[in-house]
Ligand binder design. Structure first.
Ligand SMILES: [Fe+2]
Ligand SMILES: [Fe+2]
Length: 143
């Protein structure tokens, strides 16, 4: 793992847009919350860092939950045929973020930052660009 794989490299890119204003905005908000972890660099003590990291991860977990509920409603409204599969992918993502949260006391801050980076920049981006986009495309094709 190279040393750029921490919270400081969390970055939203235009290529993550899926042409749905509301979902795109929520996805961007998720990046904005995760980016708060960049502040950890300025905190001196490990204890304070851990405390701040916990707050950020809790906020992230809460907001991702809200976003997933909104996406669930959207899938229902358009009768998306793969709703069950999609919801199970959401559950896996929530489990992952929860795992980082509960592991904070046993994991180094550096390791946790790397985990958050991988969660956002790999798992979450993959989910948006391969799965969420299918919902939007299904909606367009069936209008
Ligand atoms: Fe999704
Ligand atoms: Fe999404």
């Amino acid at each position: 793992m190279n040393k750029t794989s921490n919270a400081t490299s969390i970055e939203w890119k235009e290529e993550y847009l899926i042409s749905d204003h509301s979902l795109d905005e929520q996805h961007q908000n998720i990046f904005a919350i995760a980016s708060k972890a960049k502040r950890l660099q300025e905190i001196q003590t490990q204890q304070e860092k851990e405390k701040e990291f916990k707050l950020i991860l809790s906020e992230l977990y809460g907001y991702i939950n809200i976003h997933f509920k909104a996406e669930q409603e959207y899938m229902k409204q358009i009768n998306y045929p793969y709703i069950k599969e999609h919801l199970s992918l959401h559950q896996t993502l929530l489990d992952k973020i929860n795992f980082i949260l509960v592991s904070l006391s046993t994991m180094s801050i550096e390791k946790a930052e790397e985990q958050l980076y991988l969660f956002i920049q790999k798992l979450f981006v993959e989910h948006i660009t391969t799965e969420d986009i299918k919902i939007v495309n299904y909606n367009k094709d069936n209008k």
